[in-house]
Design a protein around this ligand. Structure first.
Ligand code: MN
Length: 200
């Protein structure tokens, strides 16, 4: 069941600029997706899909690949509020997820498994979707390979067809945020002017 209690437990909203947010009404169409690049203790990408009025979330250590031969590990994390799709900024050091987050890609998606709603797809560990993002498009899949719920392990796969391209590495060639006008370098620059503490 979509639930924001874990999201709220992990955060002190007096300290972090992240939205407290609230659960939205479940929708069947116009579903939101976002991929955030998160320069935390270890840099990674966060994939979020609107399911049941919240953003179901996965941490993808290596980020998405547009090469259908690649399989990228995706670890399920706590559900986030829909308002999180607009979040870009600095989470203070010492807070959960401390570091900088940018909106790397965003758009809508649709469920390719007709007759099975997205909550069932997630619970069953099998998600097939069509992304309409600014960078990522076409058919993608997520397959659960171990565990259940938070911390469960999945694989993120690009399917052949629209948007598949083994030579175009979107992480490398399209690194800029899609929402803010600020460059990635500006957003990653430490506020204190101190030395960079990114892992890579
Ligand atoms: Mn993250």
């Amino acid at each position: 069941m979509p639930d924001l209690s874990r999201y709220r437990e992990k955060r002190d909203f007096r300290a972090t600029p992240e939205p407290r947010g609230r659960k939205g009404r479940p929708r069947k169409s116009g579903l939101l997706f976002v991929i955030q690049r998160h320069a935390a203790r270890v840099e990674h990408y966060d994939l979020r899909l609107e399911i049941g009025g919240v953003l179901a979330s996965w941490s993808v250590p290596k980020g998405p690949s547009s090469d259908p031969r690649d399989r990228r590990l995706a670890i399920q994390t706590e559900d986030h509020p829909l308002q999180y799709a607009d979040f870009e900024g600095r989470i203070p050091a010492g807070e959960y997820g401390g570091g900088v987050m940018i909106i790397w890609d965003r758009g809508q998606y649709r469920n390719l498994r007709e007759g099975t709603d997205m909550a069932e797809c997630r619970d069953g560990g099998r998600i097939d979707i069509w992304l309409d993002g600014e960078k990522l498009t076409g058919p993608w899949s997520l397959r659960r390979t171990g565990g259940q719920g938070e911390r469960s392990r999945w694989l993120l796969l690009k399917r052949k067809g629209d948007g598949a391209d083994a030579r175009r590495d979107p992480l490398r060639f399209e690194p800029q945020p899609v929402v803010s006008g600020r460059t990635l370098e500006e957003l990653l620059r430490p506020a204190s002017g101190g030395s960079r503490t990114r892992t890579r």
